[in-house]
Design a protein around this ligand. Structure first.
Ligand code: SDX
Length: 382
């Protein structure tokens, strides 16, 4: 019997506002526009910590002391490289392959090489070891994947580099300057984790079947690719470049809103008074523009932000300032979402481990509204 959604008061399209699990990893406070990772304000972590300290916090549930951080960095450095089979697979992909499809493929190839590949998915200690390898290798696979698609040979990662420095070194082929590393590192802390966002929740659904952590990571990457989610940072930069100058910005955005366009890099399911990460990343991006002597993207941003706020009550999310910050760092636009992956695999891993620590298969109901009890008609009579 067909039912209507009104018969299910707790139904909400897109599960908007529906609690779908309990987690202690991060807390989003929409009213205060704040985000905390295991109780620490994300801006403190970005400003005073590092992506590695954030990843340690997410996976090991506490901030590391100096000795723990040194040992963690050494373990990550030792795991930074990847099997040649990963590069062989990436070289086999068409040159036009999007880097999100490359990094998703890379993790699929990497999984069977993990020393804990045959460990039961409920082996938490093995999952933590896998998580550290997954985190360690992300920047290498994105950076060298970019080199391979340019017809260049992969570079051996420098084990002394953190994720941000490794990524920049492989993308540019040169040793990155500390200020650039700091900007990238801060953006990766902001991107590392964000509760039950679509891709993290997809990762949890995968692991709730007792599938393995790598399968959860691949699910997350496939989900993050969409322009309503992680793919927005690439689309936001294309929009800014289409606008071109601050003088064009107002007319462009008013026309876009008049034609009901979704403005990439704006709006958020959780934050209704602004994405806390966007405030910090916006400051970083605008300072970068001044430092580089190119403030036009920041000026365009301010005009778009003003009009979206005044006309729609909609604010930028983290993807908007990250987009023009990466552009000012000369990062190729189609690497923006893969950079999101390099950061977010720490959040995916933490959620997968948390799901498996107290698992229940995630399997919601559907409200059925189709046909029922039809008489079968033989093919000859149809
Ligand atoms: C990320 O969930 C997370 O935590 C994700 C993330 C993370 O860290 O994992 O924060 C990363 O994905 C950030 C979001 C990146 N996506 C974009 O920037 C794409 C553009 N944004 C929109 O598509 C939208 O804001 C969403 C998808 C992000 C959220 O949309 P909702 O909560 O589903 O809200 P909605 O689409 O129902 O919009 C409500 C109203 C609508 O107006 P009406 O049709 O009711 O008149 O607001 C309007 C929308 O049209 N609206 C927008 C808009 N976002 C909402 N209008 C124009 N441009 C926008 N960006």
């Amino acid at each position: 019997m067909s039912a209507s959604a009104t018969q299910y008061p707790n139904y909400s399209p897109g599960l908007e506002g529906i609690p779908a699990g309990i987690s202690s990893i991060s807390e989003i406070d929409s009213d205060r526009s704040s985000l905390q990772y295991r109780g620490y304000d994300v801006h403190d972590l970005a400003e005073f910590g590092s992506y590695e300290q954030t990843a340690y916090l997410l996976i090991h549930k506490k901030l590391p002391n100096a000795d723990e951080l040194k040992a963690f960095n050494e373990r990550l450095g030792a795991e930074r490289d990847v099997p040649e089979a990963v590069y062989t697979a990436l070289k086999a992909l068409p040159k036009a392959t999007h880097p999100m499809d490359s990094i998703r493929t890379a993790y699929s190839v990497l999984a069977p090489f993990d020393p804990d590949y045959t460990a039961p998915s409920t082996d938490i200690a093995a999952n933590i070891r896998k998580a550290e390898r997954i985190i360690a290798k992300a920047s290498t696979m994105v950076g060298n994947g970019h080199r391979i698609r340019q017809g260049l040979e992969p570079i051996k990662p420098d084990p002394s580099h953190g994720a941000a420095a490794n990524l920049l070194h492989l993308i540019t082929g040169t040793d990155p300057i500390p200020a650039t590393v700091k900007t990238m590192d801060a953006s990766m802390t902001l991107y590392a984790e964000h509760g039950f966002n679509a891709s993290t929740f997809a990762c949890r659904v995968t692991c709730s079947t007792l599938s393995d952590l790598y399968s959860g990571i691949v699910t997350g990457i496939g989900t993050l690719r969409g322009p309503l989610h992680g793919g927005a940072n690439e689309e936001a930069m294309k929009m800014i470049l289409e606008i071109g100058t601050p003088e064009n910005a107002e007319a462009w955005i008013r026309d876009a809103l008049a034609t009901k366009k979704k403005i990439m890099g704006f709006g958020h399911r959780e934050y209704k008074k602004g994405d806390s990460r966007a405030f910090y990343m916006g400051k970083v991006a605008k300072e970068l523009g001044v430092e580089k002597g190119n403030t036009k993207y920041g000026e365009i941003a301010e005009i778009l932000e003003r009009i979206m706020r005044d006309e729609k009550g909609i604010f930028p999310n983290v993807d908007f300032p990250a987009a023009y910050a990466y552009y000012l760092l000369d990062i190729p636009i189609d690497l923006y979402t893969p950079i999101f992956v390099v950061a977010r695999v720490a959040g995916y891993s933490a959620h997968a481990i948390e799901q498996l620590e107290n698992n229940r298969l995630i399997r919601p109901k559907a409200i059925f509204n189709g046909d029922a009890n039809l008489t079968y008609v033989p093919l000859s009579e149809r």
